[in-house]
Every structure is written in C-alpha cells, then in structure tokens.
Write a protein that binds this ligand. Structure first.
Ligand code: HSE
Length: 288
C-alpha cells in the first residue's frame, strides 16, 4: 500500500558536545518538534501550517522548505508535498531548532517516496536549510537528527557521517537562558587560528570522547568533555555560564558545556537520579 501521509518526531540535538566543534552531535529523545508531511497530486512544496513559533511559511524562506526543495529538485517526483510543523523547539535556543525542521522534512519525504535516499544523502539535503539558517555549512545538528544517537561528521565535502554508540544510561540536562544568540554571531566571534597546544588538547579530547562512547567509560567521558577552543569565547555571551558549569560538575555531572552555539547549556550525567539533581542545581543558579 502506498503511504500518503506521515507524522514524525524531529529531535532536538546538542552539537559540538564540548570538544567536537562542528563534528560531534547527539539527538535527544525527549525534546523535539512534530511534523506531518503528505503527498499531494499537485506538484511543488507547500508549508500549510506552523504552530508554536512565528516562522515564515514561504518555502524559500523556511529551513524545512529549503531542505524539502533540495530533495524535491533532485528526486523530481510525480507528486508534490504539504508540510505541517508543530514547532516545540524555540528557534535560536542552541538545541538544533532549524535542524529539526530541516531534517524532519527530508526524512519524511524520503519515507513517502519509498526510501530512495540514504541517511547521508538526507543529511546533505538538510544541510541546505541549515546553511540558510546559520550562514555556514555544518552538519553536526542535522546528522544526529537524521541518524539518531551520537554522530561524528568526518567531512562535509564529501559528506561522511560516522555513527557512534549511544550508552543507554547517559542522560542530558538542558538549561535555556532566556536570550537568543544567532549562530552566525556566535561563529563570528571565534578566532581563525588556534594555538597548537590548544589543538593538541582538543583533538586528544575528541578521540577520548569517541573511545569513551565505544567502551561505555563514563570516567573517560567526563575527562574528555572539555572545550579549550570555542567555549572561552562563547561562554562570555551566556549569563552565569561559569557558575552553572561549576555547580553542575560539583553536583556530579560528567561534564557541562554550551549546546551548539548557545545560549542553551547542557550537562551529561550517568543515570536519571544524577540528571534530576543537576536539573535542580541549574534551576537554583538561574533563580537566585
Ligand atoms: N557547530 C555549530 C556551531 C552548531 O557551534 O556553530 C550550531 O548549532
């Protein structure tokens, strides 16, 4: 039977995961948008409904629309598509709001077309929308949104995405300071060059983090969740960042850092009890 309509969950994502600027990312299973995509007899892409946030319905101005068009123009199908978006992830919050829409649109269309594209090809289509939203080409949010779990983007030209193991007892806690930071601005304050000693620290941490995921070694994960390259610059944009990070780590978080380009702050924990403790800790910092 041909399926004409699909409803999907589009996960929020934490990009960078501290040490892996532009390469590491992870999908969250409890936070995300919903999208309904249906085939239409008339050709073209239409965004018929967006709830939750005020975003453009014009296809060429919407990240979901731009990504959908990239796939559509490549596939040249006999049908068209209508897209409805229930936006739950606040745009500009640093947990992959635009990526959720971009990846959701192409993931759903691929299903309705009978899965002609691989996850890597879908990531490439979704990158078109992501690039429009952030002003730069990176796949560390769209890749985990499409593949699920932890991913490492080995390169974007050619696009190579590696799937990493996702330890079951690992939890993420997120705090959203009520400010918006545009990814383009958060990128513009970064230096073009970094000292060799920082580069050595950073790539040792990325390698260690990947090894920690493969071996489910939470102590090594904690040691690797450090960012000496980007966080020193971006943390200045986030109110009380140092305090929230210190408190989270003092209360048992494996690590704490900026989610994507911020302003959201994430902490990773071993188990749900620690996650609840860190949630209360973060709430206390922001309410005092
Ligand atoms: N890696 C990107 C950045 C993610 O940090 O600028 C943006 O969400």
């Amino acid at each position: 039977m041909n399926q004409n309509e699909i409803k999907i969950f589009c996960p929020a994502t934490i990009a960078n995961i501290s040490c892996g600027f532009d390469v590491l990312g992870v999908a969250l299973d409890a936070v995300g948008d919903e999208m309904i995509v249906r085939k239409t007899r008339y050709k073209g892409i239409r965004i018929t409904r967006i709830s939750g946030y005020d975003l453009p319905k014009t296809v060429e101005e919407n990240v979901a629309g731009i990504s959908a068009l990239a796939l559509y123009e490549h596939a040249q199908p006999e049908c068209g598509f209508e897209i409805e978006i229930d936006k739950k992830i606040k745009p500009g919050s640093g947990i992959g709001s635009s990526s959720a829409s971009a990846s959701g649109a192409v993931f759903a269309m691929n299903k309705l077309l009978g899965n002609p594209y691989s996850n890597t090809e879908l990531t490439a289509f979704a990158m078109a929308g992501e690039a429009f939203a952030s002003g730069s080409k990176h796949a560390d949010n769209v890749a985990p949104a499409i593949f699920g779990g932890f991913t490492l983007v080995k390169s974007i030209e050619p696009l190579v995405v590696l799937e990493l193991p996702s330890p079951k007892d690992l939890y993420a806690v997120l705090a959203h300071p009520q400010i918006e930071i545009k990814t383009s601005v958060a990128r513009s304050i970064l230096p073009d060059k970094i000292p060799l000693k920082d580069a050595i620290t950073q790539w040792a941490n990325v390698g260690s983090l990947v090894h920690a995921l493969h071996t489910n070694d939470h102590d090594l994960l904690a040691a690797a969740l450090k960012d000496v390259v980007v966080e020193p610059y971006r943390s200045q944009l986030i109110p009380h960042f140092d305090k929230i990070k210190n408190e989270a780590i003092n209360h048992g978080a494996l690590g704490c850092g900026i989610s994507g380009s911020g302003p959201s702050v994430f902490a990773l924990t071993s188990g749900m009890d620690a996650a609840k403790r860190i949630e209360r800790t973060m709430q206390d910092v922001y309410s005092t």
